[in-house]
Design a protein around this ligand. Structure first.
Ligand code: DX5
Ligand code: ZN
Length: 216
């Protein structure tokens, strides 16, 4: 299976975000990863609705929005109206995850659920059939450029096993600390989509960095 790459604009130059997105448009990236943080669920604030709307407008790649917010169910229709394709909410932020996932699908988007590093993948056994993607956080969410937590590989393998044993085709995304050096090992452990922020935007040639990860 080819590796899918989702560059995260969190690590882009915020004074030149349009250029960063155009670079992603011209690259071999499969998705554009947008990190939305509310300063409550995570100790950081990133971008809000005006930015999500404009980035989605100029993105030639489907937008993969990762909501690191409390009460994400409040904003589903806004993200749909902006043109977001994949909407991922955190397991830890949703009291009624089943309802939220159903609402995302009903709104016409592809639902995903993200797990913090301490949340076992086994907690998903009663929701896995309802989501299209699981995002394993391989750092504590909130910031780009952190170090990959090695135990995440074990979580990816266990989740791959659950998906395989049920005969599902749920995608596994890994988010945080992906580098040109560890990307192959992460893909080999069973991840389909690699989010890459720092690895892309701190590279001398970001288009080439995306291509290297994609074609490992
Ligand atoms: C972290 C975000 C990530 C982040 C990844 O909270 O969810 O998407 O941008 O950045 P890197 O690849 O630099 O760890
Ligand atoms: Zn993310």
């Amino acid at each position: 299976m080819p590796i899918l790459v989702a560059p995260s604009v969190l690590s882009a130059d915020f004074l030149n975000l349009g250029k960063g997105i155009e670079m992603i448009n011209r690259s071999e990236a499969d998705l554009l990863h947008l990190d939305v943080m509310d300063g409550v669920f995570v100790p950081n604030i990133s971008i809000g609705f005006p930015a999500v709307r404009q980035f989605t407008q100029i993105s030639a790649k489907p937008v993969d929005a990762h909501l690191m917010t409390v009460e994400p169910q409040k904003f589903i229709t806004q993200f749909r109206d902006f043109g977001v394709t994949k909407l991922t909410v955190h397991y830890e932020a949703c009291t009624h995850l089943h309802r939220t996932v159903a609402e995302i699908r009903k709104a016409g988007m592809s639902p995903g659920v993200a797990l913090n590093p301490h949340t076992p993948v086994e907690l998903l056994i009663d929701i896995i059939e309802d989501v299209d993607m699981v995002t394993i956080m391989s750092v504590n969410p909130g910031f780009g450029g952190q170090r990959f937590i090695p135990h995440s590989l074990d979580k990816v393998r266990r989740l791959r096993q659950i998906i395989h044993s049920r005969g599902l085709n749920t995608q596994i995304e890994i988010d945080g600390g992906v580098t040109l050096e560890n990307a192959r090992q992460i893909a080999d452990s069973g991840a389909d989509i690699l989010v890459a922020g720092n690895a892309v935007f701190s590279a001398e040639n970001p288009i080439e960095a995306i291509s290297i990860i994609k074609n490992l």
